[in-house]
Ligand binder design. Structure first.
Ligand SMILES: Nc1ncnc2c1ncn2[C@@H]1O[C@H](COP(=O)(O)OP(=O)(O)OP(=O)(O)O)[C@@H](O)[C@H]1O
Length: 328
């Protein structure tokens, strides 16, 4: 067992935090999640505890026979480690897009975690996934929240959360760990994203950046992500205060904004507070881009400006000393 990888996982997610609860390891059969499973299995054997480590695989039925072969392979790996195995399948038609496949997988993982009573679902996202995600979002023009990258944990429901114990382990370390163990894995179809840009970043852009600027580019990109994450936490907390003071979902499909508290806030905080109110009203956010939020903030800062139309059938206008947003 390569001491580095197990020690790194134990540092990031100490066994004391999970050895007494059940953990569902989401294993695609690819190198990353197989390495995560072997590391968690090793740490579990060392640390004992009342919890049970379990293996979960979701057959997306995307690649015909190949995806079923992966499912069988993961089942055999679980057997060989003496771990319970849970297999899910995409129902009916095969899932059309990568996003649909991902949504179906997380839904099934959450349902399975509820059924078997696991508090944690562990996934094998690595430091390389983190670097690619941050760079990809930077190129797509994401805001601070997006630039923060993949969180080390996030809630899946009120009773369970997803954790990423390999987030500071590189893919090269994964490969050397598996090599040392003599552990094979399925060809990682999950590494070939349908997303053309993501594949180019992984296979062309990042290798070129490393060649030109040295391997520290990965750390530099991830550090930017960490700082974005810290800054976003501050923005979020200030925006929550502002939303509490000046934004109210007054009835179904109506939000009232009190403009004056917005005036003394930087646009970043004001925009985030508007987003929080929008989310609290349950309105779809996807079509609200940077321009749309800017138009709403401009309306807020200009008393009696003409009404504006926003995506999702939202009308925003001054009514007396307030700005009212109505969704029709
Ligand atoms: N078919 C699967 N069954 C179980 N777990 C899976 C499966 N596919 C992926 N996973 C889990 O998700 C992790 C990340 O895989 P992948 O990079 O394909 O994710 P993704 O589809 O990009 O979505 P996201 O990054 O949002 O999870 C894997 O390391 C593994 O833990």
């Amino acid at each position: 067992m390569s001491p580095f990888l197990a020690a790194q996982v134990a540092d990031d997610w100490p066994p004391a935090a999970w050895r007494d609860t059940h953990v569902l390891a989401a294993v695609s059969g690819g190198a990353d999640s197989v390495a995560m499973l072997r590391a968690l299995h090793f740490l579990k054997q060392q640390s004992g505890g009342r919890g049970q480590l379990m293996v979960a695989h979701f057959d997306h039925r995307l690649r015909g026979g190949a995806s079923t072969a992966d499912a069988e392979w993961v089942g055999r790996l679980a057997d060989s480690l003496n771990l319970p195995f849970h297999l899910g399948e995409a129902a009916g038609q095969s899932l059309a897009s990568e996003q649909q496949a991902r949504d179906a997988r997380y839904r099934w993982l959450t349902d399975t975690a509820h059924q078997v009573g696991t508090r944690y679902v562990a996934t094998g996202h690595t430091a390389d996934d983190q670097t690619e995600t941050i760079l990809h979002r930077l190129l797509r023009g994401s805001g601070l929240a997006g630039l923060a990258g993949i969180p080390s944990s996030r809630p899946l429901s009120e009773v369970c959360e997803v954790v990423r114990p390999l987030l500071s382990v590189s893919r090269a370390q994964v490969e050397s760990f598996l090599g040392d163990l003599g552990q094979d894995f399925c060809t990682d179809a999950t590494n070939e994203h349908a997303d053309f840009t993501r594949n180019r970043l992984r296979n062309e852009v990042l290798p070129l950046l490393r060649e030109q600027f040295g391997p520290s580019v990965d750390d530099a990109i991830r550090r930017a992500g960490e700082q974005a994450s810290e800054a976003q936490a501050i923005v979020r907390s200030l925006a929550e205060d502002l939303a509490l003071a000046a934004a109210e979902v007054t009835r179904v499909n109506r939000i009232e904004l009190q403009p004056s508290p917005f005036h003394c806030q930087p646009p970043l905080i004001a925009r985030e507070a508007c987003k929080l109110a929008w989310r609290a009203a349950g309105w779809p956010e996807q079509a609200m881009g940077a321009d749309e939020w800017r138009r709403l903030l401009a309306l807020l800062s200009t008393p009696d400006a003409a009404a504006i139309q926003l995506p999702g059938g939202v009308d925003a206008r001054w009514v007396g000393d307030r700005v009212e947003l109505r969704r029709t």
